[in-house]
Design a protein around this ligand. Structure first.
Ligand code: CA2
Length: 152
């Protein structure tokens, strides 16, 4: 129905560099689930939560910045695993701060149990919150947290 289209909350899911390799390489660290499977899981979870889920993966910082800009007027919140850009990207942080949409940051691994350079996030200070260490479940928990935040 047209009315549904106008009122349905839409969530942009962004996956950063190398996450296209999920399930194909380093399963000991990142698990055996593929990115396609995670996106499918999020779409199904979105149906339960009555939100639309649109996912994009890129290995390029500028593509992710453009996707954040394009989210304005189309999506009401952003679920992001910035991957390595978590620890390096002022550009993605500035884009997220500029559009001022609620952001939840997720990580498959527990970044705080890993190398010290992964302990700092440029995104966390401008995010509603961060979920780290639950494998693909981090994304599901993150989607719930974001939708809860938008509805509260
Ligand atoms: O734990 C996470 O989700 C990370 O965001 C993953 C990033 C890492 O740089 C962050 O510190 C934590 C790395 C993603 C690389 O993904 C791969 C997947 C399969 C094989 C190789 C890399």
């Amino acid at each position: 129905m047209l009315n549904d289209t106008l009122t349905t909350v839409s969530i942009l899911v962004l996956h950063g560099p190398n996450l296209n390799l999920l399930g194909l390489r380093e399963p000991d660290i990142y698990g055996s689930v593929t990115l396609d499977k995670i996106n499918q899981l999020l779409e199904e979870e979105g149906k339960q939560l009555e939100v639309k889920v649109c996912a994009l993966q890129s290995n390029h910082e500028g593509v992710l910045v453009d996707a954040v800009h394009d989210a304005l007027g189309k999506h009401q919140g952003i679920l992001i695993n910035p991957a390595a850009y978590t620890h390096t990207s002022v550009a993605i942080r500035d884009a997220l701060a500029a559009v001022a949409l609620p952001v939840v940051e997720v990580h498959l691994s527990n970044v705080y149990q890993r190398e010290a350079f992964r302990h700092h996030s440029f995104i966390a200070p401008i995010a509603v919150g961060q979920i780290s260490g639950f494998g693909e479940e981090s994304y599901r928990l993150g989607l719930h947290a974001l939708v809860h935040h938008l509805r509260k």
